[in-house]
Design a protein around this ligand. Sequence first.
Ligand code: UDP
Length: 360
Amino acid sequence: MRIVTVIGARPQFIKAAAGSRQIRKEHQEILIHTGQHFDDNMSAVFFREMEIPEPDYNLGISGGSHAQMTAKMLVGIEEILVKEKPDALLVYGDTNSTIAAALAAVKLQIPVFHVEAGNRLGTLNNPEEVNRITTDHLATLDFCATEDSLEKLQREGLGDRSYCVGNIMYDSFLHFVNLPWKYQNIIDFDGNAITVPSEYYYLTCHRQENTYSDEPLTEILAAMNSLDAPTIYAVHPRNRERACRVCEKEKFKNIILTQPVGYSDSVHLTKNAKKIVTDSGGLQCEAFYAGVQCIFVLDYVVWPETMVGNRNQLAKANRYDILNKLSATQIIDPSYKPFGDGHAAERICKIITEWERKNK
Ligand code: UDP
């Protein structure tokens, strides 16, 4: 088949690294980068390091409101789909690139395959929730990372098109976590290399809910600053100005601010951290894979499978709540593996090939 894959944001590059490697063994893939993330350390570094093929198209669309971004992508992707006439479209996750691509394809009667389907936070206040629900319902094949996501789609009447394949991010994680590694590219905002301390906490925090004003971020950073080891905070570009200003104003000396790091650096920072505090859906799963305790600062559960034995706990953006949760001890049951076995991409490819055979 000729499959157009659309990606645009950091977590999608990580998923596509595993996906493209497998898809290209059996199919012809045409890759579109929408341009949603464009800095070298948010985009190109992942293509280089994870050996993701060069995109065939880069739409260069970033910034603006959700509607502006989605609308521009819809137009740009439709033009390419009309020209390329693919047999199917493949999308990952829940970003504006995902929904724009799915919508463009379905109106052209191109079947949509959605990887990481069925996640539900239970609130439309989360902008990605709209993208998730809509894409799942537009798709011809929905690939779920967990049984829980599959059950959610079954409840929404999508059971006949949905498959539990495991988490494709786990494929990438296992591949990179087992490579010998020396930190490569952890640098501060003046461009100086940072030496990773022997003991540290790892923080990422960029969601609108935690960064729309100084207050929630100040609370999160105040908690981290009071800990018994420094915190490495890999700052998302969206958040850079606020993070630097808050640290300076509050004199948070126990926090090391860095530019976004590459995937291998992130995986190894995760593996070796004392604990992790994040509002990232992907990082909380990686913490779980690595057996490192995680605090998830948001009002909603993203991956319910991780919320066992204090392995991942929700916290408010409040210093006392975060510190309280960090003081708990986690209990790990090594036989509990809700995200599959790291072969999600192979399963996805197999199901696509079977689908093609039946629908030829
Ligand atoms: N990540 C990374 N560099 C960083 C911070 C995070 O490579 O500086 C990785 C992290 O390991 C995880 C993914 O990016 O795999 C999460 O992406 P992000 O937080 O942008 O998206 P979300 O998980 O919230 O969808």
